[in-house]
Design a protein around this ligand. Sequence first.
Ligand code: AMP
Length: 417
Amino acid sequence: MIQLIRGFRDILPGEVELWLEIERIARELLENFGFKEIRIPIMEKTELFARSIGEDTDIVEKEMYTFPDRKGDLITLRPEATASVVRAYIQHRLFAKDPVQKFYTIGPMFRRERPQKGRYRQFYQINAEIFGIESGLADVQLIFLLVNLFTRLKVADLEAHINSLGCPKCRPNFKAALQKFLMSISDQLCSDCIRRRDRNPLRVLDCKVPTCREAMTEAPSILEYLCSECRRDFEVVKNSLQKLKIPYVVDKRLVRGLDYYTRATFEIQTRSLGAQNAIAGGGRYDGLVKELGGPEIPATGFAIGFDRLAEVSGLKASEFYQKPHVFVAALGKKSGSFAFEWICDLGLKGIRADMDFSEKSLKAQMKRADRLGASYVLMVGENELEQGTAILRNMQTKEQVSIPFDDIVKKLKEAVR
Ligand code: AMP
């Protein structure tokens, strides 16, 4: 038997209802906050991700699904959504009319990471991006939206972690200080971090290897190197979060794994997830639009890990599972063909209707109706056909009433309302 690819997963009925409900609530909240949906392709030219995410990131170095297509052009299954949204923003000149735009998108991402609990090679994200707003208030609005979304979805023990990554003006000073520190602890770093030390030292803060993490506890904090504008921006973020009563922790080691982030950066964590404790991450990427060939336009955004969110949400799929309103139990061929017409008609009229297609005994059909959790059973046999009526049984109260064929849709509509 052919099994699915390692690290990939099926989301089956019984689980998918929760996903739909999460998506419904997320869409509603995002739309209320002024975000418009954008749909982007799941493949892009490899170059787009290499340029936007950064050549020496884990994603680009080790995790992308990159293939030559039949003509030999390199294409990549998207490992994240921001690069594509920015590409679309630039390609369609969406900034020309109004640089301020808010987008969201929901869909699968692909990273060839080591599969483990909570980590998949195809996973899903809900992404939101805000273009054209320089103020830290845009970042605060994103954090506010996330915390409120997760609260609505009954995620327990939420914690917002924030940091500032500075800007191209002040970050070089921090980089130099960090590099000096890294030289002093080189013997404790993994081989990847030794390479990062010279090329992109910030990335060492992000390394997951325990010995590197241990060695980095005494690393300098970027917050001490911020220029006055970045410092002011970070104050705005912190004060506004306080005003909105969003509890936060300043986490000097929080650096996003991607090159284009600047200033405010954040993660929403929950203590109920164990090691993979971030449900969402995001922050400002003021440099990316220009880097990808657009004008100089600031931007900020987030990515929610949908798989993890579904795992920690206190909502249960069973609450949203759609059972049939009515199961039609027909005895005999002729009744069966009536039943078939009814279920087709009922389905069109918004009543979830089902039947058995194999002429089983009434007992077997009732059993199936019960197993499906139907609210009503509509019974029809020889006698009913003669009289032009069917028997409607309420499966909860066991009450039965006889209804003329012509009234079936009307009666059921009243019953399931
Ligand atoms: P990132 O795009 O790396 O900032 O990730 C944003 C969020 O996506 C994380 O906080 C996780 O919740 C989720 N995520 C990232 N990688 C994976 C993965 N391999 N499997 C499941 N969820 C993931």
